[in-house]
Design a protein around this ligand. Sequence first.
Ligand SMILES: *Cc1c(COP(=O)(O)O)cnc(C)c1O
Length: 427
Amino acid sequence: MTSPDKKTLPRKDLPVDARIETLAVREGLPATQWGENSEALFLTSSFNHPDAATAAARFANEEEAFVYSRFTNPTTMMFERRLAALEGTEAAIATASGMSAILLLLMGLLKSGDHVVCSQSVFGSTISLLQNQFGKFGVQATFVSQTDVQQWRDAMQPNTKLLFAETPSNPLTEVCDIRALADIAHAAGALLAVDNCFCTPALQQPVKLGADLIVHSGTKYLDGQGRVLAGAVCGPDAIINGPLMNTLRGAGMSLSPFNAWVVLKGLETLSIRMAAQSANALKLAQWLEQQPGVDKVYYPGLPSHPQHALAMAQQNGSGGAVVSFTTKSATGPVTVTGPAGLDEASLRLRQSAFHAIDQTRLCSITSNLGDTKTLITHPASTSHGRLSEAQRLAAGITQGMIRVAVGLEHIDDLTADLARGLDTLNV
Ligand SMILES: *Cc1c(COP(=O)(O)O)cnc(C)c1O
């Protein structure tokens, strides 16, 4: 049976040149006959057919209709249309989480014997999905530097089908050159996929820089309030409603209509949240650079960031809302413990980072990001805790590193919250 397709289902009557802010609150499906103003939540797993003959026609691909929510659902489709409009792509397909979006992308596009070039700085689960799960099925992956374009070029093979990047990276906020990677991919007949989780289309539209496919964890800024898991892949109709839709129908990593509704409504405030949270993040980064207890600040909006100019050009002049920094080493007796193999210098860094985190009262200690609440985390013992200390140091993640996903609190309350720990560091 054919699922309703974006071209044939009715569209809303929106200006063709509507801007992103307008699309964020207006794009979707026309209202039902009841004229609801806020988008309806179609909490239903299946859809009725008026009679057996129509059901037969729908199953024989002769008529388009909503059939079953694993394939399509009106609320989920409103989210897909709205996100595609914001990313500037022809289509989008919603998934149950960010990781299932990446799973869908890889399952839909790759087969045994194919090769992928991927940044070594992408989300940890993405690396393990590619290396461990897809490796098992005969897909090879080469991991390269986030910022060294030559390494990407050198990693290309005749069987390279996909380049995968995430920018800025977590937690170091390294920025890769999307246009340069798109050129490398296209010269080899491969596709470039970009995980746009950190910037969202409010700050960065990778397709405008040549990317083919955009991956999202809707769990982060798209929802924006830390409520639900969601994900999506955005791209050309031929891929999204072709191999990806076919894979989703069979594999079932579909987004629940309830979660779709939450994220759909989250998109309405995306651009004002991103603007306000990024403005807060810039102020926090500038403040952190002045603190005696802070060693180094990682934030693309600061002129001290190595890819500052590239970030400003790619990200609409914004650094985003994630700031990382390292504390200076604590002096005096070492009181924290750590995994075997941490030397005293690393333990001292861990001690100051733990102290700074533990003195906060406003910030939530959690490794999620993209919430209106400011979230603080120690990457070396949480998101990157499974790596060896040598792997962490190679990746630039020291025991002194703290990541702050900046929310909407008043900046003076945030600096006061962090000052409590930073001012009392024994450095
Ligand atoms: C969180 C995250 C993911 C995974 O998303 P889930 O919704 O947790 O599955 C993928 N990429 C990036 C950059 C993320 O931050």
